[in-house]
Design a protein around this ligand. Structure first.
Ligand code: NAD
Length: 434
């Protein structure tokens, strides 16, 4: 198969690299010259474990290349995948489809022969039909089909998720498109990974429903954690006791400072808006969005309490600012709510993150970036575990507490035990739901 991949972000680049590893010929195209220059030099513009090696292997094998020129990418392509961003539209919470529609229209004008135009971006129900109309209008002579192929990979584990997916979802309107999509995913089909082939609307809905459900699960346990703090009980034990129930499962059941990231906030918001638009309110999703915002505010109060009620003049060390470990992605990270609140209330904030600095510097002005947690903790009044990078899981707590001005810790990912922290010299230790 010959595949054109539009967009070389977290999804487009990983998908393009993995498709080439399946043996397909892939040309990735992006509008951002800086990204394409980097990729042509063999550098990966994002942090994603394993991606650089896999990319290099497939470039060397002659199956993978990068270009700014859509026409070059589309030359002879059997499919064109649209993997551009669908951020929240300013003002109304809807998904912004500008980039998807622009990519569809450009593809229509460029394509010369039958092609399947596949939307990999997360898009509201009905979008693929709109893509169909846009393409038909832009190039009435073009023979084409549209297909919906939402992506479920997780940043930080993206290659494994793509290569060994729980399922692949493909929404199609014609047998011809179904056949092309089956050829694209044949290597996974042959290894018995489930391929769910459905209509366009179901495929689009599956993605939003899955993300909203996962956001709900996280938010549910976060709310239980808040209740545990009042009633007594340890949310870690509660999660374990719940998660061992096969009907519930233990994934996405870890209490924390609220979900963030490039998908859950915008996708829950978009689903809520779709519900309102169709007068079929998504009340659970709306509650999840609200509760998640409240949780982030509750975290700030927890930190204030550990600073004896006042951030002014206090030095706070923040461990981790990316929305989760193993990514450099800062989009909608809880740190973007929590850190500015500390800075705004007069705290001196030091930040350490293994990969977040490049993105984070512009987003978190007025903080001091340091290289390691011990440097961050020196003479600090509070240390906060905000993102559970492996680098932060086995710190020498005795060394940290002895170097702090006031040895207080907020463990917002529950990676330490209270008894260990207190016996290592911390005067106060607080975590989530324990
Ligand atoms: N990031 C994730 O973990 C993830 C997971 C599943 C699904 N998704 C969905 O996948 C989509 C892409 O997400 P992402 O995180 O990869 O976005 P991203 O912002 O990292 O990448 C998008 C890329 O598309 C490029 N682009 C935009 N318009 C273009 C055009 N007309 N031609 C060529 N390039 C263009 C941009 O320059 C950018 O490099 C979104 O809809 C998102 O919801 C993301």
């Amino acid at each position: 198969m010959k595949i054109a991949m539009i967009g070389t972000g977290y999804v487009g680049l990983v998908s393009g690299v993995c498709f080439s590893d399946f043996g397909h010929d892939v040309v990735c195209v992006d509008k951002d010259p800086a990204k394409i220059e980097k990729l042509e030099r063999g550098e990966v513009p994002i942090f994603e474990p394993g991606l650089e090696d896999l990319m290099a292997r497939n470039v060397a094998a002659g199956r993978l290349s990068f270009t700014l020129d859509l026409a070059e990418a589309l030359e002879g392509a059997d499919t064109v995948f649209i993997a551009v961003g669908t951020p929240t539209r300013r003002g109304d919470g809807h998904a912004d489809l500008t980039y998807v529609m622009a990519a569809a229209e450009e593809s229509a004008r460029t394509a010369k022969k039958y092609v399947v135009i596949v939307t990999k971006s997360t898009v509201p129900v009905g979008t693929n039909r709109k893509v169909h109309d846009v393409v038909a209008k832009a190039n009435p002579d073009l023979e084409f089909d549209v297909a919906s192929n939402p992506e479920f990979l997780r940043e930080g584990a993206a290659i494994d998720d793509f290569m060994r997916p729980d399922r692949v979802v493909v929404g199609v309107q014609s047998d011809r498109a179904a056949k092309v999509m089956a050829d694209v995913y044949r290597p996974l089909f042959l290894r018995d990974f489930p391929i769910v082939t459905t209509d366009l609307e179901s495929a689009e809905m599956i993605k939003y429903a899955a993300n909203a459900f996962l956001a709900t699960k996280i938010t549910f346990i976060n709310e239980i954690a808040a209740l545990c703090e009042k009633t007594g009980g340890d949310v870690k034990e509660v999660s374990r006791g719940m998660g061992l129930d096969g009907r519930i499962g233990n994934k996405f059941l870890h209490a924390g400072p609220g979900y963030g990231g490039s998908c859950f906030p915008k996708d829950t918001s978009a689903l809520a808006r779709i519900g309102q638009e169709y007068a079929s309110p998504m009340l659970i999703t709306e509650a999840v969005i609200k509760v998640n915002e409240d949780i982030k505010r509750r975290m700030i109060e927890k930190l204030r309490d550990l600073c004896d009620g006042n951030f002014n003049g206090k030095t706070v060390a923040i461990l981790g600012v990316t929305f989760k470990p193993n990514t450099d992605d800062m989009r909608d990270a809880p740190s973007l709510t929590i850190v500015p609140a500390l800075v705004g209330s007069g705290a001196n904030v030091r930040v350490v993150d293994p990969q977040g600095r490049q993105e984070g510097e512009a987003l978190l002005p007025s903080v001091t970036w340091v290289e390691d947690p011990y440097e961050a903790a020196k003479d600090a009044d509070l240390i906060v575990v905000l993102t559970e990078w492996n680098e932060f899981r086995a710190l020498d707590l005795g060394r940290i507490s002895s170097e702090m001005r006031t040895a207080h810790m907020a463990d917002l990912r529950n990676i330490y035990a209270s008894a260990d922290a207190l016996s290592s010299g911390f005067e106060r230790y607080d975590s989530i739901g324990r």
